[in-house]
Design a protein around this ligand. Sequence first.
Ligand SMILES: Nc1ncnc2c1ncn2[C@@H]1O[C@H](COP(=O)(O)OP(=O)(O)OP(=O)(O)O)[C@@H](O)[C@H]1O
Ligand SMILES: [Mg+2]
Length: 264
Amino acid sequence: MTTHTKTNTLLSANNIGLSYGENIILRDINFCIKDIVRPGMQQGQVVSLIGRSGIGKTQLFKILSGLQQPSNGTVTIHDNEQVKAGDMGVIFQNYYLFEWRTVYQSLLLAAVKNPLIKGKEKEMIEQYAQSFQLTDALKKYPQQLSGGQRQRASIIQQLLKGSNFLLLDEPFSGLDVCVLDKVTDLLLQVSTSDELKTLIIVSHDIATSVAISDTVLIMGNEIGKPGATIKKEIDLIERDLAWKKDIKKEKAFTDTVEEIKRCL
Ligand SMILES: Nc1ncnc2c1ncn2[C@@H]1O[C@H](COP(=O)(O)OP(=O)(O)OP(=O)(O)O)[C@@H](O)[C@H]1O
Ligand SMILES: [Mg+2]
C-alpha cells in the first residue's frame, strides 16, 4: 500500500440535519475530511458523495458550500471556522457562466477576486486555458461552447478564485466516454495542484467516482429512521484502490462498486 498519513482536519460536518416543516430530509450527518500527506507528493483530497436520486445530495452540497443553512449542526473548515457562502468553489451541474460576457471576461472577473494572483490575472487565465485546452474558447461567448467546454470554463473560473475546496454536483453526467476520461484526468490534475486542494464530488456515477476518489461517502436511509444519513464511509486508500491508473480493471474495484450499489 502507498505510504500516507492523514493529518489536520480540513472540513468537518457535525450532526447536520435538514427538515422542511415535518419533512426530514437529512439526519445526523457526521464526517470529516483530513489532509492526506504522501511523502514527496503534493496530494490533495478527493471525496465522493454517492446516493440515489432524491436522497438529499444537492441539499447537503448546498449546506457544505455555505449556501444553505442546515436545521441543525454545523460545517466547519480550517480551524473550526463555520463555512459561509463564498468560501468554496462551487460548480453546479448547469455550469453557470455569464452569457453576455466572453469566457475571458468571465474568468477575469473571478481572477480579480483572488488577491494571491494580483497583477498576474491574464497570465493565470492563459495558463489554465492552455492546460485545460480552452485557449481558442477564451474569446467566445458561453452559448458558442460545447457542454464539455462550458464545464472546463466553469472549473477554471472556480480555480481562479483560489479556494482550496471545490464542490462539484454531477460533474460526469451527460459526458461521452472520451470526454469523461478527459474530465477525470483534469480533476485528478486539480487534486494534485495543491497539498490542501479538496474536491467533493456529488455523483450518481459510482464507477467513475470510485476511480478518482480516496474516500467514498454513501448516503442513504436507515430502516425505521426518517431522513438520509451517511450509511457508510469507504476508505479507498486502505483498500489500495486510490491513485491508480487502470483501476477499473481490478477485481477489488468492481467488488467495491457492487458493495456500494447494495448499500444504496
Ligand atoms: N425547498 C424545498 N422544500 C421542500 N423539500 C425540498 C426542497 N428542496 C428539496 N426538497 C426535497 O429534498 C429532497 C432531496 O433533494 P435533492 O435535490 O437534495 O436530491 P438529490 O439527491 O440531489 O437528487 P438528484 O440525484 O436527483 O439530483 C427531495 O425529496 C426534494 O423533494
Ligand atoms: Mg442533486
